[in-house]
Design a protein around this ligand. Sequence first.
Ligand code: GLY
Length: 414
Amino acid sequence: MTAKEIRKSFLEFFKNKEHEFIASSSMVVKDDPTLMFINAGMNQFKDMFLGNVEVKHSRVCNSQKCLRVSGKHNDLEEVGVDTYHHTMFEMLGNWSFGDYFKKEAISWAWEFLTEVCKVEKDWLYVTVFEGADDDGLKLDEEAFDFWKEIVSEDRILMGNKKDNFWEMGASGPCGPCSEIHIDIRSAEEKAKVPGANLVNMDHPQVIEVWNLVFMEFNRLASGELEKLPAQHVDTGMGFERLAMVLQGVQSNYDSDVFTPLIDKVVELSGFKYTSQEKSETDIAIRVVSDHVRAVAFAIADGQMPSNTGAGYVIRRILRRAVRYGYSKLNISEPFIYKLVDVLGEQMGEFFPELSKQQELAKKVIKEEEQNFLRTLEKGIDKFNNYSKTVTETIDGKFAFELLDTFGFPIDLTE
Ligand code: GLY
């Protein structure tokens, strides 16, 4: 299946189970002081979980644009360096607002993965919340028992509060979760080390694909947990990871979510993409292909790069991409803006906000690139002139001057 077909089949599956399709909300958060960007599909439903608004549809599905670059969920430093984290990503989700709970969430997730997507059952592992004394929470026996009806016990692993108790931020709706992990290593590797040993161990081929959250609590600012008025389901599946699995490739960047962007970076830079985890040019190509998505979608959602708050986060993401392009791909002219049309072609149909703002995104990105390239050149000259006069250490005052020039720390020794 192509990425577009995968998204469609997920949504169709849940529509057939009486879920209403709801469009992705803007990735930029304007009315929640606890959040800068949407970091999960559930954000737009926060008030429904809390019981603050009337529930129109008790079952909902969608594909939400998320950005995990600040606050509790921040993957920025992993992006590009590994092959399965992203700044902007799509989260496929199904929700129940006071309707079905653990049993259906678990059995439908299994049905979709193994019967619709035809994922091999013995590639899958599931995790269950083991409990947490500090919150007075016990092992999630209910989820454990439902999983036992579906998979053998050796595939059900216990997870701690960090991995198996999902919270959107320091406060807000939360609850125990059950994750589904997939092992896409070769048979030979599987024979050497069982997949169960690698779950939640940051292995690039043994990764979480779907998180089923059983929302029951609200974390108060005091840190205490309060029971929600009803029990809900919030699930999140990594669309790019699912595409990787279903397309039989070993990296999200080798799926057709990314290959058109990567091909364009290859064309513009003249460097080949070899799909290696450790290659510096491959990392740079991944960083650029990833970051353009975050920046273009943020602009399409009304967030311009700027010097403060959310705008500064977007500016830094773009500058990280420019820096990788400049230092690893030898590109000293604006080029990232040229990827926006490729992105529009891929995603503009499902996310029409992108098509509408495509020209604006190109213009803003080009200007930002131009300005930062000038800054970068000036800063590097300054550094080179300075470092001719010293051997080992740099004066603190000069380091701060440089920091001021770039706006954030850059490793100039790379
Ligand atoms: N809200 C579920 C997740 O983000 O994993």
